[in-house]
Design a protein around this ligand. Structure first.
Ligand SMILES: [Zn+2]
Length: 436
């Protein structure tokens, strides 16, 4: 029976909703949809893989050993004004960039929890991410592109990429050869996220290149029990992994399916948003493990499994080699991106009065989101929250060149009067803030 594309899409997501609460990752689904639209894509994909494999054979990661690459990022926040929580705070965006940088540089606190059988495999990927400070026209930007939409949500975007085009209510990408495009939007269906995120593999259509994350799971938000167990910003770590060529570690199939990486143990299924270290679904015959005479358990610690965020803590050396093979082939243009090349030539460090910094709303409202605004010529880079005893309760570093910063304050702060300090390297301003 031939089913019309739209109907088959509807069947897929209705079955997903029946059998799973939320699909963690729609990257394979999005790929299948694009192959349906363009069968030629399968051959394109094979060629991209061949070129990357050739690079790896000839270079053997020697370039990665001496370099750290920084990838400029633009975050497109696509929101409907009737649902203001879709318009997430700057501080969540900064926490997400920090999470990516920790995970891709193996600076994550939980790297120590990788089991001993795997810990020598955990890799510093030597890739960092920066919020762009130069936009495609060469103008200053804070790397955050907020776009109002009339769409109430984008749950169909894994099927049609609708969030990636202004013609369908989304935001157009910045040039994919210079920026990682990260879209944040609502992908809810029936009140819960339909999927957490999806990505496009390297070397495909630049018009849809990038990563999409549902707004409820964007950012490192360990305090957010509603977002648990995906509340540590690792949906983005996983999806950016796909964007750099990673596959799911179970190869999206049975034990003989591959993720094209030798040191990730075979597995026949995804982990289930948990941390089941007893699982060993396949006898491993890959040369890496066979030569050591070991049949390893499933690597539930890996960012490319479906484990709880608190369970994930590593990419492997084999995954690093694969990422660098794409970074030097299909994604090589990013190595020359000017997206984070902006330098401040003159910084006005003159005295700034507390009155000239605006803080609102004050008292803080229930969602604990506050905005600070200051004259453009002052470049602050840190914010700190103190109680009346002078104890530091919260801090965040940021780079903002547009004179404003929106932040989500922790919700465990009790009623009372507090002080927010806005700091630069040479000056600081203190503002009184009231929590009801
Ligand atoms: Zn995935």
């Amino acid at each position: 029976m031939k089913i019309k594309p739209l109907l088959s899409a509807a069947l897929i997501f209705s079955s997903m909703l029946t059998y799973a609460q939320t699909e963690k990752c729609a990257t394979p689904l999005n790929f299948r949809q694009r192959v349906k639209q363009n069968p030629q894509l399968l051959e394109t994909r094979q060629n991209i893989e061949k070129i990357a494999a050739k690079w790896l054979k000839e270079n053997n990661l020697s370039k990665a050993d001496s370099a750290i690459v920084t990838i400029p990022v633009v975050v497109h926040v696509v929101y409907n004004p009737n649902t203001p929580e879709q318009n997430i705070a700057d501080s969540l965006i900064y926490s997400q960039i920090e999470r990516l940088n920790k995970d891709f540089r193996k600076l994550n606190d939980d790297t120590i929890y990788a089991r001993s059988i795997f810990d020598t495999l955990a890799a510093d990927i030597q890739i960092e991410f920066c919020l762009a400070n130069v936009d495609p026209n060469g103008n200053w930007t804070n790397g955050i592109n907020r776009v109002q939409s009339t769409q109430s949500n984008f749950f169909m975007t894994p099927f049609d990429n609708s969030v990636k085009s202004s013609s369908t209510g989304g935001a157009d990408p910045w040039p994919a050869d210079s920026y990682l495009n990260l879209w944040v939007c609502d992908m809810s269906f029936g009140g819960t996220p339909f999927v957490l995120g999806y990505a496009q593999f390297p070397g495909e259509d630049p018009a849809t290149d990038g990563v999409v994350i549902t707004y409820q799971h964007f950012g490192d938000r360990p305090w957010d029990s509603n977002a648990a167990p995906a509340n540590k910003g690792r949906t983005a770590t996983h999806e950016v992994g796909h964007w750099l060529g990673m596959r799911h570690i179970w190869g999206d199939g049975a034990c003989d399916s591959t993720d094209y990486v030798g040191d990730t143990p075979n597995a026949d299924a995804a982990s289930q948003s948990d941390c089941d270290t007893t699982k060993n679904t396949c006898f491993d015959t890959s040369s890496y493990w066979a030569s050591r005479g070991i049949d390893p358990p499933d690597m539930v610690e890996n960012y490319m499994d479906y484990s709880a965020d608190a369970c994930m803590n590593m990419f492997t050396k084999g995954q690093k080699a694969r990422m660098w093979s794409f970074l030097n082939t299909a994604r090589a243009s990013l190595l020359n991106s000017q997206g984070c090349s902006g330098q401040w030539n003159s910084v006005n460090e003159n005295f700034i009065s507390a009155e000239s910094v605006k803080l609102f709303p004050n008292p803080v409202n229930n969602n604990r989101t506050v905005t600070l605004e200051w004259p453009l010529e002052h470049r602050f880079n840190r914010i700190e929250l103190y109680n009346q005893l002078g104890e530091l309760l919260y801090s965040s570093n940021f780079i903002s060149n547009i004179g404003s910063f929106t932040l989500n304050l922790p919700n465990n702060i009790s009623k009372g009067v507090y002080f927010l300090k806005l700091k630069s390297d040479k000056s600081e301003v203190s503002k009184k803030i009231v929590f009801h």
